[in-house]
Design a protein around this ligand. Structure first.
Ligand code: ACO
Length: 448
């Protein structure tokens, strides 16, 4: 099979949200801290009737319906998530309900977990399967689904929630450039979830930012080396049309793109112009660690990067700014924003992808886009995802109600023997929701 990649996409996110400026006021932090300091507009969260399983069920059902895919056409289903609901039973098995009802139980794949990287591991598994000798000619399906919630404090505004489903097959409008792929994996404690009784992570925010940027540098270096090895010529940022990053909050995405601009100056890439060399050349003598701490470098590189950021990054920032961190789904929600904003003009473009999961694992790779034929065309994918409508029809919560909900969810996490309110008034038709967790911890869902 040729041009294996993403042939169709669907995104689902809870219709419940809170504005970041409202949260700033409520938390009593300085005005602009979340909206400018973190670069976030709004944050989505699951109400007590939604969770990662219901979001996954909704995203998968909607994808199959809207692209008219018979569930029997799926041969592999992989889930990426870091929201642990059960230490043994995979989220994938919950989603099997959809396929069993259609008479298909012959579906490989289980869950992948490593912080925000699980979705990427799941995606690579599916793409590799289609490219392999084990492929049986059917589609792969990847689901990234997460609910990111943090304890009260500075990390809380970097929460979010959502699910992305991606159909994988040959002749894809979103094709992998499989040889150009570089990873950076390492053992660190920047963000982890050792307390199995709590949904909240233990997080060293500053360390996680530095780890993210170090992994980015390392992956970019590796990507350039592989590109040069297989293409026989130098790679630079000028060779890519768009850059899509894992997006815990937008400020880190701004810093990441600036970091890559600096990397091209430091490696003396031929496409770097004189003015960039003049402004950033002085920083190339900084030792690794110093360069991550230098505020002057950060400021200067962001300034040099700004025009290209607006062109090559900004179109992929809409959903992460509106929803917040969706952990495994964040990178793919950012990519969905690009399809939404630029669908008609992406034909022939190369898109760089950077996936980061704390702990840590990270990969940079690239995609080659072509318009494709309906229903698997970029413009139809944009139409199906219907992002503007989904964003417009959300319900804003007051901060008091949001905090009350967080307390209820803390109490319910890992619990049994409860029924939910079954209040679906906020949910769109066709959305799955949680109705009950019985005395044996078994979870039950219904569809609106
Ligand atoms: N107006 C404008 N900007 C402001 C204001 C204001 N009133 N107040 C603060 N800021 C700026 C700060 O200058 C800082 O900007 P800078 O990064 O350019 O220096 C930014 O807002 C953040 O403020 P800080 O005080 O540095 O950090 P804070 O204590 O708020 O914590 C953090 C931010 C670390 C991101 C926290 O939210 C966190 O731990 N989040 C979870 C971890 C995370 O997402 N890590 C990313 C990679 S790992 C992953 O994906 C989970």
């Amino acid at each position: 099979p040729e041009n294996v990649g993403i042939v169709a996409m669907e995104i689902y996110f809870p219709p419940t949200c809170i504005q970041q400026d409202t949260l700033e006021n409520f938390d009593g932090v300085s005005k602009g801290k979340y909206t400018i300091g973190l670069g976030q507009d709004c944050m989505a969260f699951c109400s007590e009737v939604e969770d990662v399983i219901s979001m996954g069920l909704t995203a998968v059902t909607s994808l199959l319906e809207k692209y008219e895919i018979n569930p029997k056409q799926i041969g592999r289903l992989e889930v990426g998530s870091e929201t642990v609901i059960d230490k043994s039973k995979s989220i994938k098995t919950f989603l099997m309900d959809i396929f069993e009802n259609a008479g298909n139980t012959d579906i490989e794949g289980v869950d992948s977990t490593n912080a925000c990287y699980g979705g990427t591991a799941a995606l690579f598994n599916c793409v590799n399967w289609v490219e392999s000798n084990s492929w049986d000619g059917r589609y792969g399906l990847v689901v990234s689904t997460d609910s990111a919630v943090y304890a009260d404090g500075p990390a809380r505004p970097t929460g979010g929630a959502g699910a992305v489903a991606m159909l994988i097959g040959p002749d894809a409008p979103i094709a992998f450039e499989s040889k150009f792929r570089a990873s950076h994996m390492s053992h660190v404690y920047d963000f982890y979830k050792p307390d199995l009784a709590s949904e909240y992570p233990v997080v060293d925010g500053k360390l996680s930012q530095t780890c993210y940027l170090m992994a980015l540098d390392s992956c970019y270096k590796g990507y350039c080396q592989k590109y040069e090895k297989f293409q026989g010529k130098q790679f630079s940022m000028a060779d890519a049309d768009y850059f899509v990053f894992h997006s815990p909050y937008n400020k880190l995405v701004q810093k990441s793109f600036a970091r890559l601009v600096f990397a091209d100056v430091a490696r003396d890439a031929s496409s770097v112009d004189e003015s960039a060399k003049e402004k950033l050349g002085q920083f190339t003598s900084l030792k690794g660690d110093e360069s991550y701490q230098s505020r002057d470098l950060e400021k200067a590189s962001q300034q040099v990067a700004k025009p290209d950021y607006d062109k090559k990054v900004q179109p992929a920032t809409l959903i992460p700014k509106q929803l917040g961190n969706m952990y495994t789904a964040s990178l793919y929600a950012a990519f969905a924003s690009l399809i939404h904003n630029k669908s008609s003009s992406l034909d022939g473009n190369r898109v760089m992808m950077f996936s980061y999961g704390s702990g840590l694992s990270a990969t940079m790779w690239s995609l080659r886009l072509t318009e494709g034929k309906a229903p698997f065309s970029l413009s139809n994918i944009a139409k199906v995802m219907n992002i503007e409508h989904k964003l417009k029809t959300r319900t804003e919560f007051a901060p008091e109600k949001f905090v009350e909900l967080m307390h209820l969810m803390e109490h319910r996490y890992g619990g049994k023997d409860f029924v939910t309110s079954k209040d679906t008034s906020h949910l769109a038709l066709g959305t799955y929701y949680l109705t009950e967790v019985d005395s044996k911890y078994r979870r039950f869902y219904a569809k609106k």
